[in-house]
Design a protein around this ligand. Structure first.
Ligand SMILES: [Zn+2]
Length: 144
């Protein structure tokens, strides 16, 4: 948005503005790809831990079995959230490829750069995110 204003005001030549955007996209892509690699490793490792926990299940007393099933639930929850996280990261990467990265999926506004820097996989701008967390957007979606 700021760039558009600069362009309109003629303060930044078009080519320079585009180069800056590409560099920024590249920066976010690097962040996201590093995160994706991390998550894939973590998901794979959690699945291995889960299999190992299952193998040792048969020859255990009740206390051990309880703690082992707790461990399995914990691993399951962890792998689920990793997987969801991984999906968000992959979604952001595909947005970069499609040229729609950095747009709020709710209102179409640009997502604040500082927010992207902290949360490169963000799908919503701050105000839409806050509405989502308060449950206001879901209500709107139901009404519409
Ligand atoms: Zn928004």
């Amino acid at each position: 948005m700021i760039h558009c204003l600069w362009l309109l005001a003629g303060l930044v030549p078009r080519e320079i503005a585009e180069t800056m955007d590409k560099r920024k996209l590249e920066h976010y892509r690097n962040l996201l790809e590093a995160r994706r690699l991390n998550l894939r490793t973590s998901v794979a490792r959690t699945e291995e831990d889960g299999r190992a926990a299952q193998v040792t299940d048969s020859a255990q007393d009740i206390v051990d079995r309880a703690s082992s099933s707790y461990q399995k639930e914990f691993l399951f929850a962890r792998s689920n959230s990793d997987r969801q996280f991984l999906q968000m990261v992959e979604h952001a990467l595909s947005n970069i490829a499609e040229g729609t990265y950095g747009e709020c999926e709710q209102c179409g506004d640009e997502i604040n750069e500082r927010r992207l820097e902290a949360v490169p996989w963000a799908r919503h701008c701050i105000s839409c995110q806050e509405k989502l967390e308060r449950g206001e957007l879901e209500q709107q979606a139901q009404e519409g």
